[in-house]
Design a protein around this ligand. Structure first.
Ligand code: FAD
Length: 409
């Protein structure tokens, strides 16, 4: 029994079927779609990817692989002792082994008027993205709130669609817990190059409908009349249904290195799994596609009787305003005690921040040139002791970039 048909749930089902042709596999999901690629949603929003290309698996594939996928069905309760799940609609179903792959849901905008005003969107689901795609052609002005990845994906897409785009962040710069001020500045310069207007230490206080448009009032003086408002304020993990079941949870579902939960015959994978990471030697959660996919494939083996630890350096790589960003391993976002060293080149829009715990390199963020990324990954995963931290920066050294004309900055 698998709860959730995202990357973690679907790739687990695929691997289970590959390894065991006989087992019965049921997947329950409350959305109406077979697996689609959330990572493709920004390109679909930008208008550079067709809707059909967002899907990863179709119903025929599920039928051919004898995967009993029940869409638009919610798991409302799990009885870990009796080994049953209650589904709505549908009643109760027994299971032998359970995989929790429920991911997270976006935090809503808590601003006055948000419950009444139409035209603001989170960015997590296909349906929200389709609604934004329908709205963009009739839009001129966009406002985005959120200083993390979803905030920038929305901002980049609106700017790419030639909307006047305002990007509001509650913090002093992008990814304020993982980047320092120069890192934030490189991202601001890239956003500015793309025509985005940035507003720091701002939030949305009030939304009002006005002639079919949205009057946006900020908390620190911002004001605009927008046609579309995008909101990226992080995720809350879907763990509510496990309340009072005894399952150990924190922000997500706690697991050991084998992705086993605290309950017998129950595993967790993907965004929702707060797993013991043998590379960084601590529990944490990763909100990335690769991690969900790899978790799914890995956990299938353990569900079938293996006991293999999950050993993988989490990575996130994405385009960013005509440049690139890559996050590897653990940063100060997850591990505030990590020590960082930095090198940057504002004119060339390049930035590197390396994170250390003791003599080990545990993570890195690169913006701009990606030279040395593979080597950094190797050093993180091999836990090679590093004598002199600057050595790693030297290894990533970039050729000097001539300064850009002042106007371009
Ligand atoms: C716009 C966007 C851009 C992204 N870009 C990147 C990127 O560039 N690179 C990257 O690595 N990652 C990116 N990500 C993150 C990545 O997509 C996620 O980490 C990954 O898809 C999570 O997969 P998952 O299977 O763990 O969870 P999910 O995909 O969230 O799947 C969980 C499913 O379970 C369902 N569910 C929850 N509770 C229940 C219940 N009680 N009953 C039934 N069903 C339930 C949910 O509705 C959902 O369908 C992006 C995400 C978004 C939204």
């Amino acid at each position: 029994m698998i709860i959730g048909n995202g990357a973690a749930g679907t790739y687990a089902a695929e691997q289970l079927r590959k390894l065991d042709i006989a087992c019965e596999i049921t997947i329950i999901d409350d959305e109406k779609y077979t697996l689609y690629n959330r990572v493709s949603l920004p390109r679909y929003l930008k208008g550079v990817l067709l809707e059909q290309r967002v899907y990863v698996r179709d119903m025929e594939w599920h039928t051919n692989n004898r995967l009993d996928l029940r869409l638009e069905t919610k798991v409302t309760q799990v009885d870990f002792e009796g080994k049953t799940v209650a589904i709505e609609p549908g009643g109760e179903i027994p299971y032998d082994r359970l995989l929790i792959a429920t991911g997270g849901r976006p935090n809503p905008l808590r601003a006055a008027g948000a419950d009444r005003v139409k035209g603001w969107f989170n960015f997590q689901y296909f349906d929200e993205t389709k609604a934004m795609v329908a709205k963009i052609p009739e839009s001129k002005v966009a406002v985005v709130l959120g200083g993390s990845f979803i905030g920038y994906e929305l901002t980049e897409a609106f700017a790419f669609r030639k909307l006047e785009t305002h990007w509001l962040m509650r913090g002093p710069w992008f990814l304020r817990r993982a980047l320092d001020e120069p890192g934030g500045e490189v991202v601001s310069l890239l956003a500015g190059d793309a025509g985005v207007q940035l507003h720091y230490e701002e939030a949305i206080d009030r939304l009002e409908q006005s002639d079919g448009r949205i009057k946006v009032t900020g908390s620190a003086g911002f004001g605009a009349t927008a046609d579309i408002v995008g909101v990226g304020l992080g995720l809350t993990m879907n763990i509510d249904l496990f309340k009072d079941t005894g399952l150990e949870t924190n922000v997500g579902v706690k697991t050991n290195e084998f992705l086993e939960t605290s309950m017998p015959d129950a595993w967790a994978a993907g965004d929702v799994a707060e797993f013991y990471d043998v590379v960084s030697q601590r529990h944490h959660r990763m909100g990335t596609w690769d991690n969900s996919l790899n978790h799914g494939r890995h956990v299938a083996k353990n569900m079938l009787g293996a006991k293999e630890p999950y050993v993988e350096v989490p990575t996130y790589a994405s385009g960013m305003f005509n440049s690139n960003i890559s996050v590897m391993g653990v940063t100060t976002e997850e591990e505030p005690d990590a020590e960082a060293i930095v090198e940057f080149d504002l004119a060339g829009r390049n930035y590197k921040r390396l994170f250390f715990l003791g003599e080990n390199l545990v993570g890195a963020i690169l913006v701009g040139k990606m030279k040395g990324r593979k080597k950094v990954l190797e050093l993180i995963s091999s836990r090679t002791p590093i004598e002199r931290r600057e050595q790693v920066l030297e290894m990533l050294a970039l050729p000097e970039t001539p300064a850009r004309p002042a106007a371009a900055d």
